[in-house]
Each structure stands twice: as C-alpha cells, then as structure tokens.
Design a protein around this ligand. Structure first.
Ligand code: MSP
Length: 578
C-alpha cells in the first residue's frame, strides 16, 4: 500500500512542464447526464482542486465537454424530432448546468461541433496522413452501429436461435458491413504503446494496466478511421475527401488537443495532459488507440490514465430499459449536490464497481456530514457554551494539562498531526475515500475529545477561573474542524467553504500549508489570540436526510385517489375502536 502511494507521488513529481492539465472524457449528447457521468467529472475536479490547494503556483487546467458527432446522436435527435444541432445544444447545456451545480469548475468546456475542434481534427488527420500512417482500403467486418465500431469474431456473441450476432462487451447488435475506409496503421505501434503502458504509474489503478497488457499481447489489427459520409454524415469530413467522414473516436479523442489550442502555437505549454480520467468502458480507446494516434502524429501521450469503475444501482447496471438511471439533479434534491459529491467520492473506489443505493447514501451522509461534522460545529458554536461567539485561542497551560491528563485529547492531537501527510498521499493517488476516512477519523477523535472534556460542566459551575479551560476545549475542537475543513475542500468545496466561513478562517489561510498550524503542533499562530465567529453564517452545516418514502408508498400516492373518502382504513379502525 505504502509503496503504491509513494509510486503515485514519484510520478507526479517528475512532470516536466509547469502546467498540470487534466481531462474528463467528453460526454455523449445522446442522453441526459447521470451519476456515472458526474462521477468522471467529480473525480477530475477534486483532483484539480487538490493540486491547486497544494501548489497554488502551479497552473492547473481542467477540461471537460461534450462529444456530439455520430450516428447515435443523429438517431437520438431524430427520435425526439429535433434538428440535430439544436438537440446537441440542449443536451450539452444540461451537462454544463449539472457540472455547474456540482461545483465542477473547468477552465474549458469543449464541444466537438465547435470550429476550433474541427480545425484541430483536420490538422491532426493531415499530420497522420502526411506521415504515412493512414491508407485507403476495402474493409469488411462486423459493425456495431450503437458502439460505432467494427468488432472481431472474438468480440462477438452468436445467438444460435436467431443467427444474430451481438457485441460481447456492450450487448448491442452488429451487422456485416463492406465499405472503403481509411485505415490507421495501429499494428505498427504495438511495441511503442506497450512500452508507454508499462511506464510506472502510467495506468491507475494497476488492474487496468494488466487489462491493457493482455490486449497488447495479441497482434493489434489496423483500425478503420473513417466512415462513408452517406452512412455517417453528422461528423467531421475527412480533409480532401468528402465521400468520407472522420471516425467518431478519432474525432472525440482529439478534443484533448483542441482544448489547449492545437495546432496553434502555445498548446505545447500544456501538453501532454498530466492525468486523463476515464471510465473503464473506454479504456481501449484511451489506452491503445490514443497513445498510438499521438505517437504517430509525433506528439507525447498523456502522463497518466486514471480509470474508474462503474456505478450500479441496487446491484444492477444502470440502463434506461430498467428505469434505474440516477439523475443527479433529482438525487441532489434529496441529498444536495454537495451531499451527492461527497457520497460519490466517499463510496466510489476506482478499482471496482460501486453500488448506489438510497439507504447507503442516507446512512453515510447522515452519520458523516450531519452528525460527525455538522453536529460538532453546532456544538462548538452553541451560544450556551460560547456566548461571545468566538474562535478562542488555546491557553498554553490548560492545553498542556489536557494533553497530559486526557487520553482523548492526546488521540485528537495524534490524529491532527497525521492529517496533512496522510491526506496528501491519498489525494496524490485520487484515493478520495481514504481522504474522507482520515478526516472522519480525526472528527471522531474531536467528538470524543469534546464529550470527554465535558465543557458544559465548566460552564455550569461557571466560576470565572474555568473560562480559559473552556476556551481551550473550544479552541481545540475548532482547530480540528478547521483542519478537516481545509482538507475536505476538494471533495466538498461548498460545505467546506461554509464551515471555514463560519469559523472566520481568512481566505488566505485555507491553503494546505495552514494544516501545520494548530494546537497539535503548538504553532504560535494558533495560540496568538481569539477571533470573532462569522455571525450571519449558520452553524447548521448539513441537514439530516429524512427517511425516503418506499417505492410502494410513492406508487400509491401517484395512483388516482378514489373520490373523497379521505380517512385511511387504519384511521377508521382506530376511531371505531376508541
Ligand atoms: N463520448 C465518449 C467518451 C469520449 S472521450 C474522448 C463516452 N461518453 S459517455 O457519455 O458514454 O461516457 C462518459 C463517461 O461516463 C465515461 O468515462 C464512462 O465510463 C462514464 N460512465 C458512463 N456510465 C457510467 C456508470 N454507470 N458509472 C460510472 N461511470 C460511467 O464514452
């Protein structure tokens, strides 16, 4: 575990340009955003927020956007009876909106229908062509329209009863297709791609490196990179040949270059991306095609691919036909967007699928954000204990005494002393669940300390002499809240801001280096005087989530109600009995 963490750190430390460029996949506009899409974006956003927090001088650049070409999108627009360009505008805007409400703050949001992108694709294509990596050939094979790709026999499942074939991976039907295409000489890049994949911490988590190496252990066939324009016309035309359009995956991958201004001068300041976040279903495109395309064009492939697994819902794959697709906007009505962000990063682990369930979300959010974090803030700010509404300073003598006489105080100190280093190494590896774990452990220690030190007794007796001890207890508790607030900023940016606002922590003191200043390190900055709490900000940080009505109850409610006999049977029975 430790070795893996150190490897992540080592990789990030060896980057050679000053920019830290991070990307999410660009999202298909054939359907509205769901929590799986949000997850890709939230990982990338939290990663960037941490990078900025840790190295304010570093230029961190996040790019996301929408993938708008291809048959799937053409078909979706037709199905809705909307002109395809308008359809793309609408869905793309929904992505922007969801990301905005989830505090995902990209430096750029790119759309593949933009002119700057089309120019980049044309330039990229010409580069590949001029360098001799693209040739024209008659091509025939099993083509999957939904996945926009040709599949080999080993990627197919034959339904014996109907004779139809389906993609093993996606389950979508395929059809035999014969056409003239432009082909990319993928086979020539097998060794280079393998070499790239095998670099330390290139593909994370490591299980996905293994998957790629397995694929690379078989000879790679050349890949078709164009389609006849009469079949796929909602696409970018192949330069100098309007009978063909550019394969949507080549088009889509180039977005990462278009966003930094390729081919104009200056794009290389950001190139290559430090980290590209992708879901496991698009590993082959990013882990094999993409580095091969880039190497063929004479460009450096990305520093790291960070691959995440998928969200299932109550144990099942999300799909429209199962009516179990979780809409982030609706989920946010129950949990708030910050709650949803926290749940996704807290519960999701990259190496295996996560299960989304209301019961789990409710349990985690109530116990961690409402009780462990929120409740402690309310207690430390309660007027009964803290009538002057201050963030007091710890009294050196009482602090020393508490640390010596109270185990819980010592445990809190230990937890806070480890917070910065532990969380940093978890963040470096995108292990957000472990950051949350570490912060929650520190907050548990703070709750324990607060309970064991019984500040209300000091208040109840209220002899004047107890005041410095009471203030020391509050100061220690507020320090714990402040440090955890700083640490949690990348995961729950809005809540952390509200917490730090409530504690009147100056904006300039919310950086990672301020984790070194607290009672735990006996840093002078912390012992040097109290400050007034931010009055108007509420101390109620996160409202508990109430029981959700069961699906059955909801269905009952939605049924047309019989004419007004409003008393329920139960009520009637109760009344009859009484
Ligand atoms: N347009 C392509 C990507 C092109 S990038 C050059 C695409 N789009 S997508 O909208 O289908 O998926 C975008 C991202 O959402 C992918 O990273 C994908 O893995 C992720 N997810 C889609 N469903 C998901 C879950 N159920 N769970 C988690 N993430 C999932 O692929």
């Amino acid at each position: 575990m430790l070795i893996r963490r150190i490897k992540c750190l080592r990789y990030l430390g060896t980057r050679h340009n000053s920019s830290h460029y991070v990307t999410t996949p660009i999202f298909y506009v054939n359907a509205a955003p769901h929590i799986g899409h949000l997850y890709s974006a939230v990982i990338a956003d939290a990663h960037c927020r941490y990078q900025r927090l840790r190295n304010p001088e570093k230029e961190v650049r996040l790019c996301t956007g929408t993938d708008e070409h291809g048959t799937k999108i053409q078909q979706a627009a037709a199905l809705h009876g909307i002109p395809v360009a308008k359809y793309c505008d609408d869905i793309s805007e929904r992505y922007r909106e969801v990301f905005r409400s989830a505090s995902i703050q990209p430096e750029d949001f790119i759309r593949t229908t933009e002119e700057r992108h089309k120019r980049a694709v044309a330039h990229f294509w010409r580069t590949l062509h001029t360098r001799g990596h693209i040739y024209s050939a008659a091509y025939s094979g099993w083509y999957c329209v939904s996945d926009e790709t040709f599949l080999t026999d080993s990627q197919l499942r034959l339904d014996e009863s109907t004779g139809s074939r389906y993609s093993l991976e996606s389950g979508h039907p395929v059809e035999w297709t014969e056409e003239t295409n432009y082909m990319f000489r993928l086979s020539q890049f097998q060794d280079d791609v393998r070499h790239w994949v095998k670099q330390e911490a290139r593909i994370r988590p490591a299980k996905f490196e293994k998957i790629l190496l397995d694929t690379l252990s078989e000879p790679l066939p050349d890949v078709s990179v164009s389609r006849p324009s009469n079949r796929v016309h909602w696409a970018i035309p192949v330069p100098d040949d309007d009978t063909q359009t550019v394969y949507v995956w080549l088009d889509a991958l180039v977005n990462y270059l278009s966003s930094v201004g390729y081919p104009n001068e200056g794009y290389s300041a950001h190139w290559p991306p430090a980290q590209q976040v992708i879901g496991k279903d698009i590993l082959k495109f990013h882990g094999i095609y993409w580095p091969a395309f880039l190497l063929a064009a004479g460009l450096e492939p990305p520093g790291q691919l960070y691959v995440h697994s998928h969200w299932t819902v109550d144990g099942q794959k999300m799909s429209k036909s199962k009516h179990n697709v979780v809409d982030p906007v609706q989920a946010a009505r129950q949990y708030t967007m910050e709650g949803l962000r926290y749940f996704l990063l807290r519960e999701g682990v990259a190496h295996s699928d996560g299960n989304y369930s209301h019961v789990k979300a409710q349990r985690i959010l109530n116990s961690e954000l409402a009780d462990t974090l929120g409740n402690l803030l309310s207690r430390a700010c309660a007027k009964s204990l803290n009538p002057g509404q201050i963030y007091p300073s710890a009294n050196a003598e009482h602090l020393a005494d508490l640390l010596q006489s109270l185990d819980a105080a010592k445990r809190l100190q230990d937890a806070l002393l480890q917070l910065s280093e532990r969380c940093a190494s978890h963040y470096e590896c995108n292990h957000f669940h472990l950051v949350a774990d570490t912060a929650m452990a520190a907050l548990h220690a703070a709750n324990n300390f607060f309970e064991s030190s019984k500040p209300w007794l000091l208040k109840a007796g209220a002899p004047e002499g107890n005041q410095p001890r009471l203030e020391t207890i509050i100061a220690m508790t507020m320090d714990a809240l402040r440090l955890c607030g700083i640490v949690l900023q990348p995961i729950i940016p809005q809540l952390a801001t509200r917490l730090l606002d409530k504690l009147s922590v100056p904006t300039a003191q919310r950086g990672w280096n301020y984790l070194a200043e607290s009672f735990a390190t006996a840093s002078p900055a912390n012992l040097g005087g109290s400050r007034q709490l931010d009055g108007p900000t509420s101390a109620l940080l996160f409202q508990r989530i109430l029981e959700e009505k069961s699906v059955k109850e909801k269905e009952e409610e939605q049924k047309p109600q019989p004419a007004k006999r409003s008393k329920s049977k139960k009520k009637e029975r109760r009344e009859t009995m009484s």
